[in-house]
Structures are given as structure tokens and as C-alpha cells.
Design a protein around this ligand. Structure first.
Ligand code: PGA
Length: 229
């Protein structure tokens, strides 16, 4: 199964989030081929909106097959007097997955490998599967992590996606548990998705900008699912 993770980052207002759900649901419900790719688990969608829309997406997407909702971050604290933080405790039962250690968190919010270790451990404690983002083989991949996303900084939001062959070669430098899945992220869109998803060494994609458009996101799901057949 290939997984396509949509990272909305800090985009969309509530009406736009609702609209995304309406359009995406319509596409999946009207496209029997895409529905079948999801139902047969050839592909999974994990949509990660901003926190305030998690409930909206959970409600609006719950009847779609193999479409899950994820968070973009969790706090490095269990609970307590941390005003404005959102710990895994708050997200328990609301999300199955959370992105952890995205390079934007590392650069703008000064997250360290130590924070990533702590967040991964809290995710596990509260039944959330972490998707750990690494910028290179130098970033630590905590033990027991099953989902790893390689996102070279030069490729994120720049339109300069790293060629798939290079990603496959670089993968060998990473110390990844043998049963872990390895994703690529960085300027992937409907045009470039196939280059990655046709590679057996790449188990899926983390898609930022293109995931904001439900039609583009659905198209990437179709492309990824068709490579599993
Ligand atoms: P992008 O973002 O697809 O817009 O480059 C990817 C990411 O940062 O997750």
C-alpha cells in the first residue's frame, strides 16, 4: 500500500476546509476506480489540516474508504500548564497519525532531535502513529518509528523536487528499521508523483502545496494506487 499524506500547513479558513471536504468526497464517490484503489488499500490518504479543522475533516471524511486524518504536530509535553500547546493527550481519539519534526518546525520553532524523540514517545503513549520528517540522514530517526518522510529542505515549497532516482540512492544512507515505510516530500504534484510512486523503495509521498487542491490530491492518489496494481 502506498500512502499519500497531505500537509495543509497553516492554510485555509473554515469555509475553505469544508469546501475541500465537499469536493474531495464528491470526487471519491463519483470515481469508482479511485474508490476501489482506496477500498482495496492500494493507496491510503492521510489528510493533515490545521488543528481547528480536525473535527471538521473527521466528520466530513469519515465515510470515505481508507482516508485518515492526521495532525501536523504535537506538543513535547504530556499535559499541564503550557498555554497554547496541543499535546497528544488532546488529540487522542481525534487523529490516527501526526507529522513530527517537519523542517519548518525545526527551523521556525527551533525543534531539536530531542524534541522529536519526546514527541514520538508521547504520540505512541496516546495511540497516535508518528510520521517522522527528516531533512537528511543526519536527523535522528527514533527507534521503533514506522513511518519516515525524507524531505530535503531545498525541495520544500520551491518547485525544485529532488529527482526520484536521487531519493532512492540517498535512502541507503538512512538508518531505517527494515519494516518502516519511507516517503518522499518536497514539491511533488500530479505531474511528478508517478516518478516516485513507481519506485518500490518509496512507499508514499508527503504533499504540501498540491494537497490544498482536492482534485490534485485525488489525482496523486490515483497515480500512487495505480502503481500498486
Ligand atoms: P510542498 O511541501 O509539497 O509544498 O513542497 C511539502 C512539505 O513540506 O510537507
Amino acid at each position: 500500500m502506498k500512502r499519500i499524506i497531505g500537509n495543509w500547513k497553516a492554510n485555509k479558513n473554515r469555509a475553505e476546509a469544508e469546501e475541500w471536504c465537499t469536493t474531495f468526497s464528491q470526487i471519491v464517490n463519483e470515481d469508482s476506480e479511485l474508490r476501489e484503489l482506496l477500498t482495496s488499500q492500494a493507496v491510503q490518504a492521510i489528510v493533515c489540516p490545521p488543528f481547528p479543522f480536525l473535527e471538521v475533516l473527521n466528520t466530513r471524511l469519515k465515510d470515505l474508504p481508507n482516508v485518515a486524518v492526521g495532525a501536523q504536530n504535537v506538543a513535547a509535553y504530556r499535559s499541564g500548564a503550557y498555554t497554547g500547546e496541543i499535546p497528544a493527550l488532546n488529540l487522542q481519539g481525534l487523529v490516527k497519525y501526526s507529522i513530527i519534526g517537519h523542517s519548518e518546525r525545526r527551523s521556525y520553532f527551533h525543534e531539536t532531535d530531542q524534541d522529536v524523540l519526546q514527541k514520538v514517545s508521547l504520540c505512541k503513549e496516546f495511540g497516535i502513529e508518528p510520521i517522522v520528517c527528516v531533512r537528511s540522514e543526519k536527523d535522528i530517526i527514533p527507534e521503533g518509528v514506522g513511518l519516515v518522510a525524507f524531505e530535503p529542505v531545498s525541495a520544500i515549497g520551491t518547485g525544485q523536487n529532488m529527482p526520484a532516482a536521487e531519493v532512492v540512492t540517498l535512502k541507503q544512507k538512512f538508518t531505517i528499521p527494515s519494516d518502516a515505510q519511507f516517503f518522499y516530500g518536497g514539491s511533488v504534484n500530479e505531474t511528478t508523483a508517478l516518478d516516485y510512486t513507481k519506485e518500490s523503495a518509496i512507499d508514499g509521498l508527503l504533499v504540501g502545496g498540491a494537497s490544498l487542491n482536492p482534485a490534485a490530491f485525488a489525482q496523486i492518489l490515483r497515480i500512487a494506487g495505480s502503481t500498486v496494481r
